[in-house]
Structure formats: structure tokens, C-alpha cells
Ligand binder design. Sequence first.
Ligand code: ADP
Length: 632
Amino acid sequence: MSLQKHEFKTEVKELLNLMIHSLYSHKEIFLRELISNASDAIDKARYEALTNREISETAWTIRITPDKAAGTLTISDNGIGMTHEDAVRHLGTIAHSGTTEFLALLKSRDVQEHPELIGQFGVGFYSSFMVADKVTVVSRKAGSGQTAVRWESAADGTFTIVDAERSSAGTDVVLHLREEDKKYLDEWEIRGIVRKYSDYIDYPVVMEVEREEKSEIDKDKTVKIRKDETLNSQKAIWLRDKADISDSDYNEFYKHIGHDFSDPAKVIHYKAEGTTEFTALLYLPERVPFDIFYKEFKIGPALYVKRVQIMDHCEELIPAWLRFVKGVVDSSDLPLNVSREILQNNRQVEVMKKSITKKVLDTLGEMKRDEREKYEKFHAGFGRILKEGIHFDHSRREAIAELLLFPSTKTEPGKTVTLPEYLDRMKPDQQDVYYITAPSYDEAMRSPYLEAFAKKDLEVLIMTDEVDPIIMRDLGEFKGKKLKSITRGDLALDKEEEKEKKEADQKFARLLDLMKEQLKDDVKDVRFSGRLTDSPCCLVTDENQMDPSMERIFKAMGQEVPQSKRILEMNPHHPVIEALNAAFEKNSADPALKENIALLMDQALLLSGAKPKDPTAFAKAVARLMTEQLNK
Ligand code: ADP
């Protein structure tokens, strides 16, 4: 056959043009693409060999040959090969459905400004022209009676085809590297790229290297020898049978991909079958990454399509509130040239994300049930992130709530209780789940709000995470039981208390009016309650009002928070109330009344974790009382 000249199809011309003139970084991915093509070609040959006796099993190999003298880099395989027609068809057109999107993306400012995005796409054979000004392909189709073909192009809009010689079936892709891309002839450069992108390719990627060794004849001398080395580990660990993988295999792989030096807390390895097929090897870390709360934290497992890495982190595969999950997901259905845009609106990806989310939650549930101590450790590190799911994922609320752990007034220090466990040990006549939010466990345990609950032996959950008030509000209830903050709203724990409250309201009605009048700028109301047994008074939040801790979060996020006044609740059984009332009955204009009411208010502020309204006046009043007592 004499030399034939062909025109590239328009879209190929356009693609080549963009590749050559717009992409200057991450060019190295050309090697990933060519190795992936070679691996596909071997897959096909192996498949053919099953039924075609002219093709036999052989040592399937992908070979990389850098030739510094010629300035060429050759990627060879002993796979299926191409006929003359194959070469014209496959290396002259683009058969992908995603091409239009890809071309549009290449032209977009996004990629121009962030060329690293290119690394996430399968760009195929044509990416060779990112580093080569001329590409020669010599290929011979597998099977008897096939002749070899030579395809060649300098990306000038045309390619040539001519008969050639090749002793066996397979393909050589010869890249005539541009001067500025000659670094791809360097052994270590090549090794690095293969390790980075193609480590898990099933077939050995081999390169002949030169090494110095001690001479056999003269032990004091070294000689240069050339030998083949396999550059990839060939271990697609996630595709291997679970029974063949040891714990240490799993852990080593985790450290490699997770950039972590400690073993993971849990390994999740499963294969999803059905309409969407994929294999997932996921890890729950033990150690909290220092940057997990940073905006730049990369979310999601690596995405592979048929063992070829498409992206390091695919955030479409996992909700942000599971961002601690690391690992690999390998899809058999997605196209190799899948783009971010496609991922974002892909039904299959949606199904994968759902499956992964459920699997992770199920695994956490098992861990909580079977390995409580380990789970407690995990929760201490990652519970805060998991809780975000309650706010952002309505459908998973209850499932996530089941996984949360809280200390309570009835747990040993350092131990926790779950919501289901709390429900199980609720008092027979207890209606609601009680909780208190506080900056720390110790502060919560000292809180006056707990007095009545302690007296009645009611368990109160202690919430010290900043996000707790928000998620409790989001949840509202758990398995039909209301979640009630004990620092909010009107709280009557039983009928007896209701009665006492009413009596106190009547008995101290006039004193109450005086207090309300004096404190009208500071509190919304003054009332009696059964919340307290030892302390004289406390501040509570109205049922529909924000908790002070929630106010703090909103303020920190720069949001407007309406100035909200709290309610001053008083303990009708406290002797100070009786004394105050007696003084009031004697002389309602006694100036000591005013000072003592202010002192009560300041005490309530202190107990709620705030400062007295006027610290100087407070200190003076206390000093005066001390003097009075000591001089008695
Ligand atoms: P893709 O591999 O995604 O289909 P490419 O542009 O990389 O797209 O390759 C186009 C086609 O060229 C392939 O589908 C395949 O048919 C053929 N091809 C490329 N490289 C080889 C090879 N090493 N051996 C055999 N066929 C190849």
C-alpha cells in the first residue's frame, strides 16, 4: 500500500489545536492516557484469546522506551492492535459522546486559569500532542494474516497511513517530543508519573533501565548493565477478593492514599451490583486530619473508571458531612472521559453516593454496637462533622441521630449514652428527652438548672459542641419524644410542682410586680418555677427564642441576632425570697430592696455563665454584705 494522506475530522482539529495551544501544565497525563489505551488493548486481546485460537495467552506487557538520542518516547503493548481501517477510524475521529462538553470546557476560563482541572479528564490518544510535535503509531492486529500499519501525524490537520513491518501483534506509539518536553525521557520522571496515575493497572508497565553493579570478574569494579524493571505495583487492591487481602495490605494502602501515618479505624470494602456497578474500598480514619475544618479540605474518595484514575477526590460521591471518609471507588459504567459537569448531574453517580452514604452509616452503626470503646474514640474526633448531616440532610436525620453519643448526668465521667439508650431508661412517666447545652462538661454539671432533675432522678444529656443547640432544634424530636432544653421554656416536671408554682405566684404577687418593674429593661419576665432546689434564681430562654450558645454561633457567622431578653425564674422555696418578701411587706419603699433585687439578677447572670450587669456595683454590694456579716 502506498502512502495515503487523510484529513482529520473538524472536531479532532479543534481538539488538537486546543491541546497544543492552551494546556501548559499537567501535560504529564498523556502517559496515563496512553498506558490506559495499551491496557484496554490488552484487555481486548485477552478477551479475544478466549474464543479465537489464533490468539494465544502471552506475557501481557506494556513497555515504555525512552530514547534520548532520537528524542522519542515509545509506549508499546502486545494487545489487540489495529488494522489499516481501525487506524483511520480510531485515530482520525472522536467517538466519545462527551467531546462537545470537553471542548467547551477546554475553551472555558475555568480551565485556562486552572489547568490542573485537565488532569481530571480522560483526553485519550490525542493528548500525545501536548508533548509531541509528531506522533507515529505502528500497529499490527492480532490474528494470522494481518499486516502492520504505520500512522503518522504532525498535528497539522492531516495524518498519513502506510504499510509497515511489526514482528508481532500490538501497538507502538512513538512520541517525537518537543524540545521543552524532553524531560519525559528521564527515568525518574517516568517512574513518578506511572506511580501516580497508573500504579493499579493490571499489567506490568516495564522499562529497561541502566544500573551499576559490581563486576563478576573484578569485584572492585562496577559495570553498567541494562535490565527490565516493572514500574507499577499492579495491585488494584480493591478489585481483589476480600479473602485474599490481609489487614496489613488494607492498612498499607490506606496510608498510601490517605496520607496518614496511623492505621484506619475501619475498612469498608464492597462491590455494588445491579443497575450501577462499582467497587468501593473506603476507610474511616482514626486520627482527625488537621485541616478537616478548612475550606480547602479535599472531599471524597478517588474515582477510578475501570482501574484508571479519573480524579483524586470525587466530592460528588459523598456528602460533606462524611468528609472524613477516604478511599477509592472504581466504576465499571462511567465513561473514562467523564467530566465534573457530567458527574454533577449523573444519575449513576447519585445512586453511588446513596449507596456509599448508607454503607458508611451502617458501618458506624455496627461499630457503635460491637466496638463501643473504639466508636467512642471515633465519635470524639468526627462526631462534630457527622452532626452537620442532621442540619443538611433531612432524610438521614434520624439515622444520624442514632449514631450520636452524649455524656449525661448519669454516665460515668468520660462515658456516653446514645439517644436510643436514653429512651430505654427513661422514667415510666417521663415525657421528654432532656438536655442542657454548656461550654464544657464541668460547667454543665455545676449548672443550677440541673437541680430539679437531680432531685427527681431524671437523666439529662450534656451537650458541649457548639453545633449541638442547632442540631437539637433541627431534630426537634427523636422517635416521637420531644427533645427539650432544660434552660428553655416553662418547665413543670409534675403536677405537685404546678400547684406550688401557682401558690407562689399568688403569695408573692406584689413582690413579683416590683421586680418586673425594676428589671423590665433586663428581662422579659420574672416568674416562679420548680426548676431550682438549691439556687435562688436562674435565667431561662423562652421556648421559641434562641439559646445563648446558638446566639453566639450566629453572631460568629456574622448574622444579625435579634436582641432577646431572657426570663428570670425564682425558687419559691429559697429563704432569700421569703426574706425579700418580708422586707417588702414591712416597707415597700425600703432602698435595700432595690439593691437586693439587683443582686439576685446578677447572681442569675453569673450562674448562666455571664458577667453581672455592673461588676463594680456587684463587688461593692458583696463586700458590704460580708462586712455586715463579719461585724455581727
Ligand atoms: P478511547 O481510548 O477513550 O476510546 P482514544 O482517543 O484514546 O479514546 O483512542 C481511540 C481509539 O483508538 C481507541 O478506542 C482504540 O480503539 C484505538 N486505540 C488507541 N490506542 C490503542 C492501542 N494501544 N491499541 C489498540 N487500539 C488503540
